[in-house]
Design a protein around this ligand. Structure first.
Ligand code: COA
Length: 322
């Protein structure tokens, strides 16, 4: 049995921050941001009631409603995030409590922007082994709290949000999947954890924020994501044009366009929301999936290829039947 997506949901914070809004805070411009990234605006949390947990729970609830399953029918909850509100308990355990999914085992995973695909592939592995039959997977980030707002080359790229999918073990669903990591390349995109409180180790307690070498990440993204897509298509014996929809990590419209060009495909097969969401990291693919699903674009039997890359470095992809 493989994982089939039977419901989706998403949640975006209410505050819209346009490129012009950011230009009032730092030396940047709408023209620079749009021409380099395709981003017009992003949503950012702006009150104490908007948190990683609140968005994850809302997206999860919407996905459950869409699936028709009851919370207590969920066997597994996986939340992919690098910006949880608490070190412990995990966001997944807190979502379990919020939704009343009392029968689920729940844990978080950290694979940065590839996190949703790692969650999907992990749930699929549980389904293939027969351990679980249903899962709720969520990608959620409030990256705004770990971004360096004095680094204009990084802070303009990201947004906050959550996306979720309910999965059921099924005869048809995921057809092929892959994931991988290269820890040796991790220094190009990183964020140190909070200060060390160990009495034997003296460190300064100041927090570090997200650091990114944009050009290195850009090269890695285009090369690795294109390789992943070719590898996945080869696994399934398919050609690029056989896929109905490519749902790629929404980091930068230029990265998406480069990949479409390398695959010799029209951009029409590559839905995008980076213009109004920015890069929401682990949430980007499930938010996009929810948008295209709710817009009625996906038909039964469509072939979807989901692919992402991110800090770690990590990458993941899945080919599935809708
Ligand atoms: N507004 C105005 N100018 C800016 C700016 C901003 N927000 N950010 C950087 N600049 C300036 C730089 O200071 C530099 O100026 P200089 O030439 O005087 O030194 C100039 O713009 C060009 O900067 P550069 O870094 O070469 O731009 P770029 O064309 O490489 O684009 C990124 C930068 C970040 C948009 C691009 O590298 C990128 O998208 N990388 C991938 C990032 C990504 O996908 N991350 C997510 C991974 S999950």
């Amino acid at each position: 049995m493989r994982a089939k997506i039977i419901g989706t949901g998403s949640c975006l914070p209410t505050k819209v921050a346009t490129n012009d809004d950011l230009s009032a805070l730092m030396d940047t411009s709408d023209e620079w941001i749009q021409s380099r990234t395709g981003i017009r605006e992003r949503r950012l949390v702006s009150s104490e009631s908007e948190t990683t947990l609140s968005m994850a729970a809302q997206a999860g609830k919407a996905a459950l409603t869409d699936s028709g399953l009851q919370p207590e029918e969920i066997d597994l909850i996986i939340v992919a995030t690098v910006s949880s509100d608490f070190v412990t308990p995990s966001t997944a355990c807190m979502v379990q409590k919020e939704l009343g999914a009392v029968c689920a085992a729940a844990f978080d995973i950290n694979a940065a922007c590839s996190g949703f695909l790692f969650a999907l592939n992990t749930a699929d592995a549980y389904f293939q082994s027969g351990i679980y039959q249903t899962a709720l997977i969520i990608g959620v980030e409030t990256l705004s709290k770990i971004i360096d707002w004095t680094d204009r080359s990084t802070c303009v790229l990201f947004g906050d949000g959550a996306g979720a999918a309910v999965l059921r073990a099924s005869e048809q669903g995921i057809i092929a999947s892959l994931q991988g990591s290269n820890g040796a390349g991790g220094h190009v995109l990183m964020c140190k954890n909070r200060g060390n409180n160990n009495p034997y180790i003296s460190t300064d307690a100041c927090l570090d924020y997200l650091y990114m070498d944009g050009q290195e990440v850009f090269k890695f993204a285009v090369k690795k994501e294109t390789e992943c897509i070719h590898a996945l298509l080869a696994q399934a014996g398919l050609m690029p044009e056989d896929i109905d929809w490519y749902l790629l990590h929404q980091a930068n419209q230029r990265i998406i366009a480069s990949i479409a060009r390398k695959l010799k495909l029209s951009l029409a097969k590559f839905p995008s929301n980076v213009d109004h969401c920015g890069n929401t990291s682990a949430a980007s693919i499930p938010i996009l999936l929810d948008e295209v699903h709710k817009a009625g674009k996906l038909k039964d039997g469509d072939l979807l290829l989901l692919s992402g890359f991110g800090a770690g470095l990590t990458w993941g992809a899945a080919l599935l039947l809708w």
